[in-house]
Write a protein that binds this ligand. Structure first.
Ligand code: BGC
Length: 681
C-alpha cells in the first residue's frame, strides 16, 4: 500500500479499531476460536470483538504455522477493515536450529556470522508463522550476576553495536523470508543494580551517550524496525513512559522512525511502580510518551478510545502510533498477504535444513573459548577419555530463549564422542578426564540473576575428586555468563568455555577437543577473579590514582589483585601467532604470522586511548578487530584506519568531542595488551 492508502485506511478506522491496532495479546488466547469468550479471554477482561481487533499476537508456545494461519485468517475476515494481526515471537539465537547464545556469538567477533544466523533463523521462523522477532538485545552487559548477560554480545559497546546491526541486516536479508526486528531493551537495562533482575538503574547521561545508546544507534542505522523500552527507569521515570527517552533521544536524536512496543505487561506495571494509579492513567502516560503498542497489559484496548473521547489524549497521538503499526505491517506486505509464506510444508523443508545446521556448527566452533591449556589438548589420537559432569549426558546445551529448539533432540556430549569415535573409558583406565560442568540452562536468561556465580560446592567436590585420579582434567564449562572459576582452574589441565553452544554444540566441542578444529573464540565479557571485582570490564574509566606495584593510596584491593582471571578478548588457540605493527599516520597495519605447526584462527584486536582530553576516558577501548585464519607459517596483514572519532567522547549534553593529538594504541589477541604504539590523531 502507498502512504496515501495507509492514511486513507487510518482515517476510516473507528476509535476502537485504532486501539485494537495498538494491542498485542497472546496467540494462544485465540486458539479456541473467536466467537465465544474463552476462559483466558474472560480472565483478561477481553470480549471476542476486542480480540478480533488486536493488532498483534505474541507467539507463546511452539510454532504451529497451520494453527497460526487459521487464527490470522479468521481475525482478518472478521476485522471491519480486514487488517491482519502481525505475529511476533522471541527468536533470539535460532528458531528450531539453535545457535550459540548471543554472548557466545559475541565471542566469535564475527558480525558476518551473526548475520548468517539471523538469515537462517528468519527462514525457519517465517516458515513457521513468525513475522517479527524481539531481537537484537542491544544492552551492554558488565555484571555477570545478571542472568540476561547471555542475551547480549557482551561488555563492549562497539561489539554489541556491530553484532546488533549485523543481526538486523541478516533478519532482513532474504525478502521472502525476512523477519522484522526489535532492538531492546531501551536503554541501560544491563545496569540493573548488583545484577539483580528488574532492580533500579542509576545511569548518568554521559554513560548513556557513550556506552548504552551507541549499540541502539547502530541497530537503528541498520534499519531496525521496532524498539522495546526496558522495564527499568532512567532518571526515575520508567522507560515505557519516559518522554525524554522515547522522544528527544529515540526519535529526535537517534532518528528512529519505526514502532515502539512495550515489554511484557510493562504498561500495567506502571501501576505496581506507583507511577499510575489505574489502567487509564497507565495508558495515558505510555501512549503519550510514544509507546505505540501495549504488549500483554490489555490496557490500551480498553482505555485509549475513552481517553481520546474525553480529550485527554489527542487524536494525533493515537493516529501517529496506529500509523507506525500499519507501516510495520505494510513493510512486511501483510496488508496484501497476511500469511506471508507460513506453511507446514515450508516449515518441514526449512527447519533443521543441513546448511543451517552446518552454520550452527561453525558458529559453535568459533564461539568456544579455550581459557587454559597446559598441553593435554588437543587430545592425541587414541586417548581414552572418562567423561563426567552434569553436562555430559544432556541435550540441555541450548541456553534459555531457545524458541522451538528441543533439548530432547539435541546431541549430548557423550553421543558426540561416540559419533566421532573417541574412545570412552572408566576413570581407572582413562588417559584424560573431561569434566562437563556448569549452569543449568533454565537458570540463565530473564529472571536468572545469581548472587553466587562460582561452581557449586557439589561441582567443586566432584572436580577435586576427579583431579585426585592423577589424570589430566579438562573442564568444559557451560554457562550463560562469566563464572568465577578461580578456585576450579588450578585443578584443571585445560579449560574450554563452551557457553551454551546450541543444537550442534556437542559435535563442535568434540572437534575442538580432538583438534579436528582449532579453538578461536575470544571472550566477549571479562571473567572476574572474585565476585567483589564486579563490575569489571576492559574499558573501565581511568582513575586519578592508578595502581602501581608497591604504591599505597592507589586504586587497588587489599585482598585481591586488580586484574581479572581472564580479560575481555582473551582466547587461546592450538597454534601461536606473532604480531608486527607499522603505522603511517592514518592507520595501523598489523602483520600476523602463524608461527606454529597447525592451521589456526585468531581475532586481531586494536585498542586505544587518547593521552589528553578534557573528559575522563576509558583506560582502553576496543576500536577495531578482525578474525583471521592462517595456515602454518603463513602470514597476512590487517589494516585499521584510526580517526579522532574512534576515541571521541560524548559530554553530558550528548555533544561529541573528538580527541585529537597524541594517543596510544595496542594490538594483540586480548584486551590486556599493552598500549605501546604512539600515534597522533
Ligand atoms: C522480556 C523481553 C521479551 C518479552 C516477550 C519480556 O519479559 O523482557 O525481552 O521480548 O518478554 O517475550
Amino acid at each position: 500500500m502507498t502512504h496515501e492508502q495507509l492514511l486513507a485506511l487510518l482515517n476510516d478506522m473507528s476509535p476502537e479499531e485504532k486501539a485494537g491496532q495498538l494491542t498485542q495479546i497472546g496467540l494462544s488466547l485465540c486458539a479456541g476460536g473467536l466467537s465465544e469468550p474463552t476462559g483466558p479471554m474472560q480472565e483478561m477482561q477481553l470480549t471476542p470483538s476486542q480480540v478480533v481487533l488486536a493488532g498483534s499476537l505474541i507467539g507463546d508456545g511452539p510454532s504451529d504455522p497451520e494453527e497460526t494461519a487459521r487464527v490470522i485468517t479468521e481475525m482478518t475476515r472478521l476485522h471491519p477493515h480486514h487488517i491482519p494481526p502481525v505475529i511476533m515471537k522471541d527468536i533470539i539465537h535460532g528458531h528450531r536450529t539453535i545457535f550459540p547464545i548471543p554472548l557466545a556469538m559475541g565471542s566469535t567477533f564475527d558480525p558476518g556470522m551473526n548475520a548468517q544466523m539471523a538469515a537462517d533463523e528468519a527462514e525457519e521462523a517465517s516458515a513457521s508463522g513468525v513475522q517479527v522477532t524481539f531481537a537484537p538485545m542491544a544492552d551492554v552487559v558488565r555484571d555477570p550476576r545478571w542472568g540476561r548477560c547471555m542475551e547480549s554480545a557482551g561488555e563492549s559497546a562497539r561489539l554489541c553495536g556491530d553484532m546488533s546491526a549485523a543481526l538486523v541486516r541478516g533478519l532482513h536479508r532474504n525478502d521472502d523470508s525476512a523477519l522484522l526486528s526489535c532492538a531492546k531493551h531501551f536503554a541501560a537495562y544491563g545496569l540493573c543494580q548488583a545484577g539483580h533482575e528488574y532492580a533500579p538503574v542509576d545511569v548518568s547521561r554521559t554513560e548513556l551517550y557513550n556506552v548504552y545508546l551507541p549499540p541502539f544507534a547502530a541497530a537503528i542505522d541498520a534499519g531496525v524496525d521496532m524498539i522495546m523500552p526496558s522495564f527499568i527507569g532512567i532518571d526515575r521515570v520508567p522507560c515505557v513512559c519516559n518522554e525524554w527517552l522515547l522522544g528527544a533521544v529515540l526519535r529526535d536524536r537517534l532518528g528512529f522512525t519505526g514502532a515502539v512496543i512495550s515489554d511484557w505487561a510493562d504498561v500495567s506495571q506502571l501501576i505496581s511502580h506507583g507511577i499510575a494509579s489505574d489502567g487509564e492513567e497507565a495508558t495515558l502516560y505510555a501512549l503519550r510518551a510514544g509507546c505505540d503498542m501495549d504488549m500483554m497489559s490489555n490496557l490500551y484496548i480498553r482505555h485509549a478510545a475513552p481517553l481520546a473521547e474525553k480529550g485527554m489524549l489527542s487524536p494525533e497521538t493515537i493516529d501517529r502510533s496506529v500509523l507506525n503499526i500499519l507501516e510495520l505491517k505494510n513493510r512486511l506486505g501483510l496488508l496484501d498477504d497476511p500469511l506471508r509464506g507460513m506453511s507446514a510444508q515450508r516449515q518441514a523443508a526449512v527447519c533443521g535444513r543441513q546448511d543451517i545446521r552446518e552454520h550452527a556448527y561453525e558458529a559453535a566452533v568459533r564461539s568456544c573459548v579455550l581459557l587454559k591449556n597446559e598441553g593435554s589438548l588437543p587430545l592425541r589420537a587414541g586417548t581414552r577419555v572418562y567423561l563426567a559432569g552434569d553436562h555430559a549426558d544432556t541435550g540441555r546445551l541450548l541456553g534459555s530463549w531457545a524458541a522451538d529448539g528441543d533439548p530432547a533432540e539435541t546431541m549430548t556430549l557423550r553421543q558426540a564422542f561416540e559419533e566421532r569415535g573417541v574412545a570412552l573409558s572408566d576413570l581407572q583406565h582413562c588417559d584424560a578426564v573431561i569434566y562437563a560442568v556448569g549452569e543449568e540452562q533454565d537458570t540463565v536468561g530473564e529472571d536468572g540473576s545469581k548472587a553466587h556465580i562460582s561452581l557449586t560446592s557439589a561441582q567443586m567436590r566432584e572436580l577435586r575428586s576427579l583431579a585426585c585420579a592423577g589424570r589430566p582434567v579438562i573442564m568444559v564449562l557451560f554457562c550463560g555468563r562469566p563464572l568465577v572459576i578461580t578456585d576450579a582452574v588450578p585443578y584443571c589441565d585445560a579449560v574450554l568455555n563452551a557457553w551454551f553452544p546450541g543444537t550442534m554444540g556437542a559435535l563442535a566441542i568434540c572437534d575442538l577437543l580432538t583438534g579436528a578444529r582449532d579453538p578461536s573464540g575470544h571472550l566477549s565479557m571479562t571473567f572476574p577473579r572474585a565476585i567483589g571485582q564486579i563490575p569489571i570490564h576492559h574499558d573501565r574509566l581511568s582513575t586519578c590514582r592508578p595502581y602501581a606495584e608497591g604504591a599505597i593510596y592507589c586504586n587497588r584491593y587489599r585482598d585481591e589483585v586488580n586484574d581479572p582471571l581472564y580479560p575481555f578478548g582473551y582466547g587461546l588457540s592450538y597454534t601461536r601467532f606473532a604480531f608486527d605493527t607499522a603505522t603511517d599516520g592514518k592507520s595501523v597495519t598489523v602483520t600476523v604470522r602463524n608461527t606454529g605447526d597447525r592451521a589456526g584462527e585468531t581475532v586481531v584486536q586494536l585498542y586505544g586511548r587518547a593521552c589528553h582530553a578534557p573528559f575522563i576516558r576509558p583506560d582502553r577501548q576496543l576500536i577495531g578487530y578482525r578474525r583471521i585464519s592462517l595456515a602454518p607459517g603463513a602470514e597476512t596483514s590487517v589494516t585499521f584506519t584510526v580517526t579522532a572519532r574512534d576515541l571521541a567522547v560524548y559530554d553530558s549534553e550528548g555533544t561529541l568531542h573528538e580527541c585529537s593529538g597524541a594517543c596510544l594504541l595496542g594490538v594483540g589477541e586480548s584486551g590486556d595488551v599493552s598500549l605501546d604504539i604512539p600515534f597522533t590523531l
